[in-house]
Design a protein around this ligand. Structure first.
Ligand code: G6P
Ligand code: MG
Length: 226
């Protein structure tokens, strides 16, 4: 099938692999031990796609302690969380790639579309290396170069720029509502992975990664272009 797609930009967490459980484990410990705040899965949902420092701020707000610490102390908590997180992701292997993703990346490569990574995580390059997926991604956005987080479109625009894909010809994949919004605000075609109650605004939605289907995406993209 001929389409006008020029490139794919991928979120990492929840699309390629499930690192949310490691972020949760690390934040849960730091929040409990250092801040005296017990977080729960509902709080964890709010941390998805959110930068490290903003995640800490979400937790502090949840615990009613948003003004309890200096910036230096906050940086220390964030570093402690990251050290813990790094010790957890160190054990990741290609077995941690979500179902269907390897085949999907192969299909995209075979079709000749370049791919880049639009993850807010500064640990993304390390994770891609652990998963042995480096060969598929022509570029990874460095979150340190960003001025705004998702749902701002900046990260998706940078990811598309890195593979020279015009925004209107770019497909973005996301599992978070802020990500879908960012992709669409960038003028890109949004592929959602998750529940319709959450990601109903996506241009095409798959219930999970195992169902991702390149031909269906190409067809939906062409249909929207009509
Ligand atoms: C992703 C995750 C967030 C995480 C952020 C920063 O967007 O979904 O939960 O806070 O990356 O990750 P980092 O590895 O830089 O702390
Ligand atoms: Mg995600």
């Amino acid at each position: 099938m001929t389409t006008l797609i020029k490139g794919f930009v991928f979120d990492l967490d929840g699309v390629i692999t499930d690192t949310a459980r490691f972020h949760y484990q690390a934040w849960k410990k730091v929040a409990h031990d250092e801040l005296g705040i017990d977080i729960n899965p509902a709080v964890n949902e709010k941390l998805k796609g959110v930068s490290r420092m903003d995640s800490l701020n979400v937790i502090l707000k949840f615990g009613g302690k948003e003004n309890a610490y200096t910036d230096t102390e906050k940086r220390e908590f964030a570093t402690e969380k990251n050290d813990l997180y790094k010790s957890l992701i160190k054990q990741m292997t290609p077995a941690d790639i979500l179902p269907g993703i390897s085949n999907f990346l192969q299909a995209i490569t075979k079709a000749g579309y370049p791919m880049s990574l639009a993850s807010a995580s500064r640990n993304a390059p390390f994770i891609i290396e652990r998963l042995e997926l480096g060969e598929y991604f022509a570029a990874i956005v460095d979150p340190a170069t960003l001025s705004k987080g998702k749902p701002d479109p900046e990260i998706f625009e940078k990811a598309a720029d890195l593979i020279h894909s015009p925004y209107a010809d770019t497909v973005g994949l996301e599992d978070a509502v802020a990500g879908i919004e960012g992709i669409q605000r960038a003028g890109m075609f949004a592929v959602g992975v998750g529940k319709p109650e959450v990601l109903g605004k996506a241009d095409i939605l798959f219930p999970d990664t195992a169902h991702l289907d390149l031909a269906k995406i190409e067809a939906a993209f062409a249909e929207k272009r009509k």
